[in-house]
Design a binder for this molecule. Structure first.
Ligand code: DQQ
Length: 548
């Protein structure tokens, strides 16, 4: 039976126990989805010297069966850790792992691995050829700053490329290597992208997106030509945030040119909350690009050790380029609907009165739920004014104007993982501001009342949503609630916000779900679908025990 661990999730990917971080080598192969991940098989804390690649398979991206580790730090070229990397399907159908090893001299080098038995549909065992590393540490790159090779792609010249994070001669860069046979690689003279802004832009990901009017389809990593743009994404270790830019990839020079100027940190965010080291793959079964990302803990290491595990993966998201061609849109993969059990009685048409409107969403276990709600606003007349300079820091604005601070249009939204007395609750809400000639829609996740436990990191997440509020006069919100993680998708997935919560009321009672309105105008709930989600089978063996 599931241990009474109130932090453990019901439908997010996590190993049965121990530490996990980055998603590695996600791939759809032979009718099954594989997820590898940075794994410490010996405990609940990160220990780079003991990093293995954990490995699970799934038929639906929701239920997962744990397999043995795919890579362990056993060879001279990875003795001090098997760090992050990717999987590429070669023309003959063989999957190849490209990963960073920390070798016996603690240098970061790039290695290759192939399935020991290519006929094993589960790809349980992987062989690491003795000729590794296939890319040793270059002379101008520091030993600690050369890692995270991407899935490789083919240029129109039929040559392979992969991108990799490096600091070369003091410049944070994303380098490109090229090969005819996937074994012998040569570095391109110029980086894919370089910036003095970043000391080390980790976990790069370069992928194509379709430009046809916000087409939701995904493209194979090697796609190029008409109707294709590219996205370069990087992870910045100092702020633990993922950034991306839409731009043009030139497969002649192997360069990426972002549409919008500026250094990495001025790029757009994959998620305005707590999410890092994201990696996408092309899901050929459903022709979609799917994103995984690591969501670490906000509580103390002591708590993690006591629980025996640390780290979640975000729920897999399909992602595509929005109609305007400027930003990505992300949405939970539709397979999540297979977990929907009870549905809350409809609240459509409910009016939330101003200054304290509150309606409970009943009839479901709201600690594992999927909520899809649309708020309709009657008028923008009372929208608070905002100095345009404040657009630069939505987090600060959300901190300053939390869910309990009365507003004009908003705050309105959801209270999730709430105790019956509201002593603990996490607010996910919107506030509409009037600028000089237009309006801005701010989305916040306010954790200040999420849990009463002291000495725990309680950030406030904020982000503006790129929607035309004057045209729509409504704002949509989809929120996945799963015990200690709350993932929100505002504006149809234009602004995403992931939060970790550790409420204590769950020990003695159940959680509650509300819609609320602290604005000066009434707000109407024009749509609300709230489903209880069943627990998925995630890395548990058939008798429901948790396998290590
Ligand atoms: N985590 C891995 C590195 C990567 C970092 C090691 C990002 O390869 O750069 O666990 O979280």
């Amino acid at each position: 039976a599931r241990t009474q661990d109130h932090v453990r999730t019901a439908f997010h990917f996590q190993p049965a126990k121990n530490w996990q971080n980055d998603p590695n080598g996600p791939v759809y192969y032979n009718g099954m989805y594989h997820l590898f991940y940075q794994y410490n098989p010996h405990g609940a804390l990160w220990d780079v010297g003991n990093l293995s690649w954990g490995h699970s398979v799934s038929g639906d991206l929701v239920n997962w069966a744990a397999l043995g580790n795919a890579l362990d730090p056993t060879a001279p070229f990875d003795a001090n850790g098997c760090a992050s990397g990717s999987v590429t399907i070669l023309p003959d159908g063989t999957p190849g792992i490209l990963y960073s090893g920390i070798d016996t001299d603690r240098r970061q080098v790039q290695n290759i691995a192939f399935p020991k038995n290519p006929r094993d549909p589960l790809l349980r065992e992987w062989a690491k050829p003795a000729y590794n590393p296939v890319v040793p540490l270059p002379a101008d790159v520091s030993a600690n700053d050369f890692r995270d090779p991407t899935t490789a792609w083919l240029g129109r010249d039929g040559l392979w490329r992969f991108a990799i994070s490096a600091v070369a001669d003091g410049v944070g860069a994303t380098l490109v290597y090229r090969s005819a046979d996937f074994l012998r690689w040569e570095r391109r003279a110029t980086p894919l992208h370089a910036s003095r802004d970043a000391v080390m832009a980790e976990c790069p990901d370069l992928f194509p997106v379709a430009t046809r009017g916000g087409a939701e389809e995904g493209l194979d990593t090697s796609a190029s030509g008409k109707g294709v743009r590219h996205v370069l994404k990087v992870s910045m270790p100092d702020t633990l945030e993922d950034y991306y830019a839409v731009g043009t990839y030139d497969d002649g020079a192997d360069t990426f040119t972002p549409d919008e100027d500026g250094d990495y940190r001025s790029w757009r965010r994959i998620d305005r909350g707590h999410l890092y080291a994201s990696k996408t793959f092309f899901d050929a079964r459903r022709s979609r690009r799917v994103l995984w990302a690591w969501v670490n803990e906000s509580d103390s290491e002591a708590d993690d050790v006591a629980r025996g595990w640390s780290g979640l993966q975000s729920f897999p998201r399909a992602l595509w380029l929005d109609g305007g061609g400027k930003q990505l849109v992300q949405w939970p993969v539709e397979e999540i609907e297979t977990l929907r059990t009870r549905r809350a009685p409809p609240l459509e048409g409910a009016e939330l009165e101003p200054a304290g409107g509150l309606r409970e969403v009943t009839g479901i276990r709201s600690s594992q739920a999927d909520v899809d709600v649309v708020f309709e606003i009657p008028s923008l007349g009372r929208a608070e004014g905002l100095d345009p300079s404040r657009l630069a820091d939505p987090d600060a604005l959300c901190r300053e104007k939390g869910a309990s601070v009365r507003g004009g249009v908003g705050p309105f939204g959801l209270l999730v993982m709430a105790s019956g007395d509201l002593h603990e609750h996490t607010a996910v809400f919107f506030r509409v501001f009037r600028l000089l000639h237009e309006y801005a829609v701010l989305m916040c996740t306010d954790l200040s009342r999420s849990y009463t436990k002291a000495d725990v990191y309680k950030p406030t997440h904020g982000g503006f949503i790129n929607v035309d509020i004057e045209k729509d006069m409504s704002i949509s919100l989809r929120t996945l609630i799963d015990h200690s993680i709350v993932e929100s998708f505002g504006g149809g997935g234009r602004t995403c916000m992931t939060a970790r919560v550790y409420p204590e009321h769950v020990v003695t009672g159940s959680s509650h779900l509300y819609v609320f309105n602290n604005g000066s105008d009434a707000v109407k709930v024009s749509k609300l679908e709230a489903w209880e989600l069943a627990s998925a089978s995630v890395n548990v063996d058939d008798d429901g025990g948790l396998v290590g």
